[in-house]
Write a protein that binds this ligand. Structure first.
Ligand code: 3PY
Ligand code: ZN
Length: 631
């Protein structure tokens, strides 16, 4: 391979080399890996075909229609948008621009929260890339595209075996005009626990460099102290800090005074003072009823001088009405999704909101025909992921009872199935509410919602009641997330922890009351890079190092998969999830302009050692791979 590298090197070919050529050309020493890309990919396809995909199992691959991609001009320049306003006028200039807009502005969440909430976050990069440029052309007037953060980061590595940074960079290339927005869980970054401050700073800094413009920052307990590092880091990166209040309870219900209007007004003021460019209202479960929205937004408009951005979920079916009332009260921006990815646990539909506001002064500036074309594409793509649908197909007003975030619903349901509680889902939801009350009525959003979910699953699985917890708590092994929460490692809940329960769960250990980041040792990124280099035997990027710092095990498993199967993000989604049908032929573009043609010829009988030979044709040549049959 060394000689091959030398004779193929452009300098060598052009004759522009001298005796230092070898010493000054380190790439000559980079050799291709032995197992070729084709074989690795066939091994993946063979494995899914024989053993199925995690969470789907072994299923016959359905025949899907080719997604209808809107036909848009390839030659005309992409229209300018909010991204250019931020780049030219800076954060303060963008804020002034927002305040000058008489119409309501829209954020499209289709690439993030919509599929996190409907399809367990499983939408893959390849399906976003195909619609990226049409989106840039058809929706240039959006305020932003929420396309990163929340659960997408973790799920990309853990289940999709693809690199979320790569998604960000590639989308940025194709969508140069609209602001990119992400959801950042403050000190929990895009994970489920508090990280050291320098991890948060590094994460924000690299995300900003890679293309994120608007960071929606929230703390899962509305603990402003836990948000300060993230707000500060975003401001330093020159990007937009949208600090968000998580909405819970019901401001119009006098029997729930814990989260009343005064509580939200005080929080809003605090966030403005902490440096927020925009105030986010994050109604993660969809609990904000229409009249409450009117009252809340009206009061907050009086309280703060920054724009207000409202996010809700349409679980109850009241989403559009809530937005209409919020828009009447003067909200600046609202979150919507393309109609075929909207509604229910997702955001209200952009298309529907367009018609609801048509002809009014605050109607959004949006091309409805563009939206309809995008809706067709997503209608087709959504079918690929049908196995991850939650099964909810009508409004659920019971969300006002359990208060489960839209982004958690389908994920917790998957978790319940995985531990054998699929048929006790109603009980789990009921228990979710009871655990909330047991915990003193807390804000429930990742990761505090995960704590409540884990506890609910634990109690249902072990047939425990609240009384059992108090009577036998000393002998119970509570889920780790629950223990960490009561230790204070997610921060401090409004009103404090219920003391007796905390004592039982911590079994006598002392909780912390300071910001966890003050106690956590900074991560040494150089050390991580060396460690990773030793483990992976390849160049380690800053992005890899951050991912490893956030979730070491998930990242290593991802790296292992890539080592074994190569880059499988290039496979079309039906093949990625179901493998291939006998006799089927697919095309895989492994890099720009380089396509493999794969045909599944036959699958051999199981052999004595539990393996099967799977016979393919790769670009017309016979190839076989040996797959362990796990059935
Ligand atoms: C997340 O943190 O992923 C959420 O979507 C919370 O609503
Ligand atoms: Zn949400």
């Amino acid at each position: 391979p060394f000689l091959e590298n030398v004779v193929q090197h452009p300098k060598f070919l052009s004759g522009e080399y001298d005796t230092s050529f070898i010493d000054t050309t380190p790439e000559l020493f980079v050799f291709p890996r032995r197992k070729d890309r084709g074989t690795k990919m066939l091994t993946y396809i063979g494995t899914v075909t024989v053993n199925g995909f995690p969470g789907i199992g072994k299923k016959k691959k359905p025949v899907f229609d080719k997604p209808r991609v809107p036909k848009v001009s390839q030659t005309e320049p992409i229209p300018a948008g909010t991204k250019q306003i931020l780049d030219e006028r800076g954060p303060e200039g963008l804020v002034r621009w927002i305040q000058e807009q008489p119409r309501v502005l829209l954020t499209d969440t289709t690439f993030r929260d919509a599929h996190q909430s409907l399809l367990a976050t499983r939408v893959r990069t390849i399906d976003m890339l195909r619609i990226a440029e049409p989106t840039a052309r058809l929706l240039p007037n959006l305020f932003s595209l929420e396309m990163w953060g929340g659960a997408t980061f973790d799920v990309a590595y853990r289940f999709l075996k693809e690199d979320p940074w790569d998604r960000l960079l590639k989308l940025r290339e194709r969508i140069p005009n609209v602001l990119f927005q992400m959801l950042l869980r403050s000190a929990n970054a895009v994970g489920y626990k508090n990280y050291p401050d320098n991890v948060i700073r590094e994460f924000v800094d690299k995300s900003a460099q890679a293309g994120i413009d608007v960071f929606r920052i929230f703390d899962s307990l509305n603990w402003v102290k836990g948000m300060t590092v993230a707000i500060d880091a975003v401001r330093q990166s020159g990007k937009i800090a949208e600090a968000a209040i998580c909405y819970t309870g019901d401001i119009l219900d006098p029997s729930r005074p814990k989260y009343n209007l005064d509580y939200y007004k005080a929080l809003a003021k605090e966030l403005e003072q902490a440096g927020a460019h925009i105030l986010g209202i994050k109604d993660m479960a969809g609990l904000l009823k229409p009249q409450a929205a009117y009252v809340l937004i009206s009061a907050l408009k009086e309280t703060v001088d920054i724009p207000i951005h409202l996010h809700t979920h349409d679980t109850s079916g009241n989403g559009i009405y809530t937005y209409a009332k919020a828009i009447e009260a003067g909200v600046d921006i609202v979150d919507v999704a393309v109609s075929s990815m909207a509604g229910l646990t997702s955001q209200p539909s952009a298309n529907t909101l367009y018609y609801a506001l048509e002809g009014t002064e605050r109607a959004p500036e949006v091309d409805i025909y563009g939206l309809e074309q995008l809706a067709r594409y997503w209608e087709d793509v959504r079918k690929f992921y049908q196995e991850f649908e939650s099964g909810m197909n009508a409004p659920h007003t019971e969300v006002y009872m359990h208060e489960m975030p839209g982004g958690q619903y389908s994920n917790l349901q998957q978790q319940a199935k995985a531990v054998g509680l699929g048929d006790r889902w109603d009980e789990v939801k009921e228990m979710y509410r009871r655990v909330n009350d047991l915990f003193g009525d807390i804000v429930k959003v990742t990761p505090s919602s995960k704590v409540v979910g884990d506890m609910a699953l634990y109690m249902v699985q072990n047939n425990l009641t609240e009384q059992d917890i108090f009577e036998r708590g000393e002998t119970l092994n509570f889920p780790d997330s629950v223990v960490e929460f009561f230790e204070g490692y997610l921060g401090q809940p409004h009103g404090g922890f219920p003391k007796e329960l905390q004592r039982i769960i911590l079994k006598g250990r002392e909780p912390i009351t300071v910001r966890p980041g003050e106690l956590l040792e900074p991560v040494d990124f150089e050390q991580i890079k060396r460690e990773l280099y030793d483990k992976l035997g390849r160049e380690v990027t800053d992005f890899d190092a951050i991912a490893y710092a956030l979730y070491p095990k998930v990242f290593l498993e991802y790296a292992d998969t890539v080592e074994k199967y190569g880059d499988i993000s290039v496979l079309d989604t039906p093949t990625f999830l179901y493998g291939m049908r006998l006799g089927e032929e697919i095309e895989v573009e492994i890099e720009r302009g380089k396509t493999l043609i794969v045909k599944l010829v036959s699958i051999g009988q199981p052999q004595a050692d539990g393996t099967r030979v799977v016979y393919f044709e790769l670009n017309g040549q016979p190839r076989e791979v040996v797959i362990r049959d796990e059935s």
